[in-house]
Design a protein. Sequence first.
Lengths: 191, 153
Amino acid sequence: MNKTDDIYYIEAVRNGNIQAFSYLVEKYQKLVYTLALKLLKKPEDAEELAQDTFIKAFQKLDTYEGKSKFSTWLYSITYNACISELRKRRIEFKLLDDRLITDQDEQKMNDYYRETKKEDQEKYLTLALEKLPEDDQVLVTLYYYENQSMDEISTITGLSVSNVKIKIHRARKRMYSLLQEMLKEEIYSLL
Amino acid sequence: MNLKDMNKLDKQFEEMMKGMKIDSPSSDFTLKVMSRIQAEAAVQKHHLLQNYQPVISKRTWIILISIFILLIIYITVSGKEPATGTDSGFWSVISGSLNQLHVKDTSTIWQKGIGLFSSVPTIAYLILGASLALWTLDSYFTHKHQTSEIQVN
């Protein structure tokens, strides 16, 4: 166990070194906040929920058994808190429309995307991601950005692994489809 | 589409997503969280202190005092003569000392009262005295512990 392992800091906190928890806060605050923002939309709500998540994690640290990654456990607290908050507000997720792209077009789109300027890539990618249903944004971020496995995402969200797989596949296709629409508009505007 | 294509498309998409910037909370986020955690830890310690159980519980106190009162009532009702100066015991010593001083205002009621208490066996006073000493120590250590916790935080 070295100082880069989460468990080193978890054990330190359990042994009474409260300050060791700040390492975990520093390490995971961006992803916790990003997930909360994707679901709740308002930055101030996301910030508050992210804070509450860390407090809850601190309070429940003794119940963390280490069977899953600490990040999986933490994101699961975040996700469940967001879902509870949305239920309180009676807000439902957007629905994913069925306009999906073919695999061939997906490949073409990826090639075209690579040729786009770096600053535009980020802009379009963020726009496309924001157009996905909120829960799909979370799945895509966890799988492709945070490298959480399908099983881990299933643990976080409470969805079955097969459902996670289908949702991620459809979300990816939908994102390519949205990128295609946006980049087409770009091409037309240039012409 | 075969599995290899699927993996390739996934890998390409992953590379795309890795280039995306993720959102950041406020710059003092860690400080805010840690302040709340410090406060939370202090509250947890306070709860532990609130759960502190004294050596003699309220129930035991009630039983002890009831026994003592019952003993006094028993002695009063049984009509036992108040003790004389020759009796042993704490109250008889005091009574004897008062008589020696020839205190003029010592009324009959007072003498009867002294006599009544002198009839109570010395062991009862010892139990009551020991219990009071324990209660005082309990109070002292609880107060001292609370003060040190506040200083630490």
